[in-house]
Design a protein around this ligand. Structure first.
Ligand code: BYC
Length: 482
């Protein structure tokens, strides 16, 4: 079959020849009703009957893989799509470097690989669960559509991981696939696996920050897994990355539009002082210091997703050829890292300082460093918007030791500049750095739905261009009566 083309004939669109792979086809068809139940229970609340202008993947060819049309979300064609196989691909790093990439799971790495696939899979439905209430307060139909697009694609990413589990991991893979539908974000007894995916996404600024910061962790982790010597995982992640790019676009432009609206409203009202929070809030926009606090919160929660700075798990996964570095294929070294070192920020005698550590053990740190660089690019663009409108304020990413729950800095309290604070000082100053109850209440109060085409809530600017080049008054969601 033509791998770029997707077979839409069966229940599960795919480009992996499911029609000839009856065991896996049946396993996925058996899993399907549970998935639909999960989607109906935990997917976007109140809009399942609405028609949403969504893109659906019809090919894995980078030039034109998607088509746009109105779809009821439960009818979305979730499918299994892998990027094309590269003939003769070799394992690009670790002890097996240069050997043929694996087309089957190597027995000795089965448990490690399954754990990586399950953790990746678990984040996808978690984010849908976290965002399920947001449709009701969408600031426009454009934004509502983007939210739902992100949601259905996270659903598809779950399918991607479930396919790997069902095809390559036998009975335990099937059990893991079931368990992915059982855990729930924030549930006291059966929570999702990683911390940030059990937090609430209570409002749209959080949604934009989440898609900017946390989906970007998704990008980094997927890039690292796309290097995998286990070829089906690599190919799956490569295609997921093309979808992930839109999610980060939603986050980056979402925050940009919030910032732009705030600065424009301030200018118009003749307010130049960004710390005059009361006056700014009276304009029906979100003040810049509160936007900064939201960024502090989501950035720090996301840093926890990189695991411990020094990690044997990460070293083992690299050594085995299962999880590489960010864009391993573009790096110029021996790709084995046996003797190398990497500077790791650590807590030494109560002080935060760099220490050279074995490069293999420092791989989480290295990926996190690459992540911070990537985050700063968009932050620079946000600051350009503020500067162009002429408000004296800059968004800054907090220090990596700030507000951490995993790793070196979980045991201390630090301010946004990385100064270590006593518990008492932290308690006193916490609301300087993170959203307070009052900040949350203010933002919640602003979250009034705006469902008329071409209209936007008071606190966000319209986008510069529409989705799929649609005009400004396009009805991105045709809302069905509940
Ligand atoms: N929360 O050796 P360590 C995305 C555990 S986002 C709870 O440092 P490792 C998306 C760890 O499991 C990307 N527990 O761990 C975004 C280990 O426990 P065990 C998701 C944590 O393995 C938006 C122990 O602590 N993909 O796609 O080096 C929307 C020792 O830790 C946490 C991946 O993450 C935590 N934050 O690093 C939708 C890729 N951190 O096993 C989707 C797959 C650590 O000793 N995962 N622990 O009991 C991995 O590569 C790694 O497992 C991790 C952790 C980076 C997560």
């Amino acid at each position: 079959m033509n791998i770029a083309q997707v077979d839409y004939d069966g229940l599960i669109p795919n480009n992996v020849g499911l029609g000839q792979d009856l065991r896996v086809k049946h396993a996925l068809e058996k899993w399907h009703p549970g998935y639909i139940n999960w989607w109906n229970d935990m997917g976007p609340e109140g809009f399942q009957e609405s028609l949403v202008y969504l893109r659906t993947a019809i090919s894995v060819d980078p030039k034109g893989w998607a088509k746009f049309d109105y779809v009821r979300m439960p009818d979305y064609r979730w499918g299994v799509l892998l990027a094309p196989q590269h003939e003769g691909r070799k394992i690009p790093f670790g002890m097996h470097k240069g050997e043929d990439a694996w087309q089957e799971v190597p027995g000795e790495y089965r448990a490690m690989l399954r754990r990586l696939v399950v953790i990746q899979g678990d984040t996808e439905p978690a984010s849908v669960e976290q965002q399920r209430h947001l449709g009701k307060t969408a600031p426009s139909l454009y934004d509502m559509r983007n939210l739902f697009q992100v949601n259905v694609e996270e659903g598809r990413h779950l399918w991607a991981m479930v396919y790997l589990l069902q095809k390559y991991f036998g009975t335990d893979g099937r059990e893991e696939a079931e368990a992915l539908l059982q855990r729930r974000s924030g549930h006291a007894d059966t929570p999702r696996m990683l911390g940030a995916f059990n937090e609430k996404t209570p409002d749209w600024l959080s949604f934009f920050m989440f898609t900017y910061f946390t989906d970007r962790d998704g990008k980094m982790q997927l890039e690292a897994l796309a290097q995998s010597g286990f070829d089906p995982l690599s190919r799956t992640c490569r295609f997921m990355l093309t979808e992930e790019a839109h999610h980060m676009f939603v986050g980056e432009t979402g925050v940009t539009r919030v910032i732009q609206r705030t600065c424009e409203a301030m200018k118009q009202a003749g307010i130049n002082d960004p710390t005059n929070i009361e006056a700014v809030r009276k304009l029906g926009v979100i003040d810049l210091p509160t936007i900064q606090k939201k960024a502090n919160m989501h950035f720090s929660l996301t840093l926890d997703l990189f695991g411990n700075e020094i990690s044997t798990n990460a070293a083992n996964a690299f050594h085995a050829g299962l999880k590489g570095r960010y864009r391993e294929d573009r790096l110029k070294d021996d790709h084995q890292l046996e003797g190398g070192t990497y500077p790791v920020l650590r807590l030494i005698d109560g002080k935060i300082q760099n220490e050279d550590s074995p490069a293999l053990s420092a791989l989480n740190m290295r990926l996190r460093d690459d992540y911070v660089v990537d985050c700063n690019v968009g932050v620079g663009r946000w600051n350009k918007v503020i500067a162009e409108i002429g408000i004296p304020f800059e968004i800054k990413l907090p220090h990596v030791a700030f507000h951490r729950h995993i790793g070196e800095f979980a045991s201390i309290k630090a301010d946004v500049s990385g100064n270590v604070l006593s518990d008492a000082d932290w308690t006193k100053r916490r609301n300087e750095f993170l959203p307070s109850d009052a900040d949350r209440e203010f933002i919640e109060g602003l979250m009034q739905p705006q469902f008329e085409p071409a209209k936007f809530a008071s606190w966000i600017a319209p986008p510069r261009v529409g989705i799929d080049n649609k005009p400004g008054d396009f009805e991105y969601v045709k809302i069905a009566d509940a």
